[in-house]
Design a protein around this ligand. Structure first.
Ligand code: GMT
Length: 377
């Protein structure tokens, strides 16, 4: 098949998932055309089946807001026609689903049909999409998609609750390439981070408000009172200065490292012991799944789709949003009990295997084949 993938090229989960999906489809022999405003961060491999089309947004003094969506639709039209695409798969509704609708209508005038599949990822529905400014367009463009998928059952329900959706939404869970994340840990690397055998806790995100990253630091502060430990903060974003101040206030600068954005996150995860995710909401929590594939149990909130991924008492523990005390108690109890930690590490790995790329990519292929023209393979 010739598949167009539209996504955010940044470190966000939706872009990561879309890029990994495109790479996997290319490995299976499909031609994959990424249409984005910059090279996706995880698109770090060469493949004869992968093509990258940059959306350029020309500026003009009149434009206070350069019309990105118009440029995106026009690029989609160009790629659909010049590369004879079989379908467009857009990740994150805003503005990708509405831009795809426009492109679809334009090529239709030229006698060309292009199915559009929209995958909802979370904040496109729960935070941004719900905003009255966007909601009418989001509702319309979701309904106009030929197929709609959501990355968890919770997100599917949230979408039906928040918008007047007239079509079914299929749940296709996020996935992880377990083989990539279950590497052998490099002991020397672990010794650099935790020279005295301290336990290593990790958080990875874009440090936005929804992640409640201050709670990660608060949980760590409690853990640190009870045992020797280090915290690695992977990523970057608006809440970083607030957290750095909190780390100073708690006198934890020696024990907390801000690593910034990391492409090879698996190297960090495999030497660590516990992943902490304190979000207000997560449609799924791809970062937690990647940690589980690296044999890390997860302490998380029970918000959104997290309970579908992190199983309470089995792969980690869940607590209410903001309940730092309970999350700390679980973390301390687990890190002080080697045998329990080993069991949960193994359970986390086994749970991650259920979401392995080899199980989920064929589900997308099956979905595509329902909309594909007769002649596509
Ligand atoms: O979490 C973010 O802020 C990034 C965001 C995105 O759209 O890139 O992530 C969302 O999509 C991921 C992939 O499907 C999910 O794993 C995340 O849970 C979801 N984030 C939220 O719902 C807050």
């Amino acid at each position: 098949m010739r598949i167009g993938i539209v996504c955010y090229p940044t470190f966000g989960g939706s872009g990561v998932l879309a890029t990994e999906l495109g790479k996997a489809l290319a490995d299976k022999g499909h031609s994959v055309h990424f249409i984005t405003y910059q090279q996706p961060v995880r698109l770090n491999v060469f493949s004869a089946n992968i093509f990258y089309h940059e959306v350029r947004v020309p500026t003009y003094p009149l434009f206070d807001y350069p019309p990105y969506e118009v440029a995106l639709s026009s690029t989609m039209v160009d790629v659909i026609l010049n590369h004879d695409l079989d379908l467009l798969h857009v990740h994150y509704a805003i503005p990708h689903a509405s831009a795809a609708y426009l492109a679809k209508k334009i090529v239709e005038k030229q006698g060309r049909k292009i199915p559009v599949i929209t995958t909802l990822h979370g904040t496109d529905i729960t935070l941004v999409g719900k905003d009255k400014t966007y909601a009418p367009v989001v509702t319309f463009s979701i309904n106009e998609s030929d197929a709609i998928t959501a990355v968890s059952d919770n997100l599917r329900k949230e979408t039906f609750n928040s918008f007047s959706i007239t079509k079914d939404i299929e749940v296709i869970y996020n996935f992880v390439d377990v083989a990539r994340f279950s590497k052998k840990p490099i002991d020397a690397f672990r010794r650099v981070i935790a020279p005295h055998g301290e336990k290593i806790l990790v958080h990875a995100s874009n440090f936005r408000g929804v992640k409640r990253v201050q709670d990660v630091v608060k949980v760590f502060a409690e853990v640190r009172k009870n045992l020797p430990a280090k915290l690695l903060m992977v990523g970057d974003g608006p809440e970083r200065p607030v957290m750095e101040n909190l780390v100073k206030e708690f006198k934890l600068t020696e024990d907390v490292r801000f690593l910034g954005k990391q492409e090879q996150i698996e190297e960090i995860l495999v030497v660590s012991d516990l992943f902490v995710l304190t979000s207000d909401y997560e449609s799924f929590g791809l970062a937690a799944l990647e940690a589980m594939a690296a044999r890390m149990p997860v302490i998380s909130t029970n918000a959104g789709g997290l309970p579908e991924v992190n199983l309470h008492g089995i792969t980690g523990f869940l607590a209410n949003v903001g309940d730092v005390e309970t999350m700390s108690t679980y973390a301390i109890g687990l890190l002080q009990d080697e045998s329990k930690l080993a069991t949960l590490k193994q359970n986390a790995f086994e749970q991650a295997q259920k979401f392995d790329i080899s199980n989920i990519v064929p589900v997308y292929e099956k979905l595509y084949s329902r909309f594909c023209r007769m002649d596509c393979k």
